[in-house]
Write a protein that binds this ligand. Structure first.
Ligand SMILES: NC(=O)CCC(=O)C(=O)O
Length: 267
């Protein structure tokens, strides 16, 4: 049902916006997000039903699709995996979440969030850069955006946009969701895009919502609310070079100094 709903939504958007080139879905878009659900909904990549539906959709609409994430099963292991599809329906990227979401938040008022993806999933260990049109796009999944090293490496690899399909927790959302995206955009002078499930207060895991596009000036360019909503936006990639030219921090980095200061071992 979720896959059909996502496909219908993208088809409608394409009909309303014929120049649409890329569609992005949220983390765990085809199943409930929770350690107890992962094994039940796992599929193989790229032969599983969800992947095949995304491939057909990309080909039918002649667009790229960054397919949120699904639980992938391979060789007896489970991964939180984002697949990326080209307009001809071929798989051009497979990102397995590198930093698994492990958290034990104790809220002062009671409640909080306990989550341990590592209890069921295996972490990925490869970076994923895909070419969308002329642009290099770095892929991460939700918790991956807390790790500035990953974003920095993607920037060094020439990315002009980072995309993080997400299902951020409601506890940290108000404090960190926008902050993290604007921080990654400020540091690396590129677009940062997140796509979240809508908030459902009745579900076992309540996602924050607020899908967002942050521009290379680190301004929030567009933001969804908490409900079910699509953002459609034209991205001006010239802005990446404009910002990098005007504030040339990449060239100003003192890698010679940093190298000397490097601790021998991680503390
Ligand atoms: N699905 C996730 O990775 C959630 C990450 C999150 O909420 C965080 O605070 O980090």
């Amino acid at each position: 049902l979720n896959v059909r709903r996502a496909a219908e939504g993208i088809e409608r958007l394409k009909a309303e916006n014929p120049t649409l080139q890329l569609a992005i879905l949220p983390e765990s878009f085809n199943a409930p997000y929770g350690v107890e659900h992962f094994a039940k909904y796992a599929e193989s990549v790229p032969d599983g039903a969800t992947c095949q539906a995304l491939s057909r959709l990309a080909r039918k609409l002649a667009i790229y699709i960054i397919g949120g994430s699904i639980v992938e099963r391979e060789a007896g292991r489970l991964y939180n995996t984002c697949t990326v599809w080209a307009p001809n329906g071929s798989l051009i990227g497979r990102h397995r979440k590198i930093h698994l979401f492990t958290m034990n938040i104790v809220a002062a008022h009671g409640g909080g969030v306990q989550f341990d993806e590592g209890a069921a999933l295996t972490a990925g260990s490869e970076l994923t850069v895909v070419k969308i049109g002329q642009q290099k796009v770095g892929i991460g999944i939700c918790h991956d955006k807390r790790f500035e090293e990953l974003a920095r490496i993607y920037r060094n690899m020439g990315c002009s946009m980072l995309v993080y399909p997400s299902a951020f927790c409601i506890c940290q959302g108000p404090m960190h969701w926008e902050l993290l995206q604007r921080a990654r955009a400020t540091d690396n002078q590129l677009f940062v895009v997140t796509c979240s499930p809508a908030r459902d207060n009745m579900s076992g895991y309540v996602a924050y919502g607020h899908s967002m596009i942050v521009d290379p000036w680190a301004r929030v360019h567009r933001e969804a609310g908490e409900g079910c909503e699509f953002i459609v936006e034209r991205i001006d990639f010239d802005m990446v070079e404009q910002v990098r030219r005007q504030i040339p921090i990449h060239q100003q980095r003192r890698t010679d100094v940093y190298a000397k200061a490097k601790p021998k071992a991680d503390p």
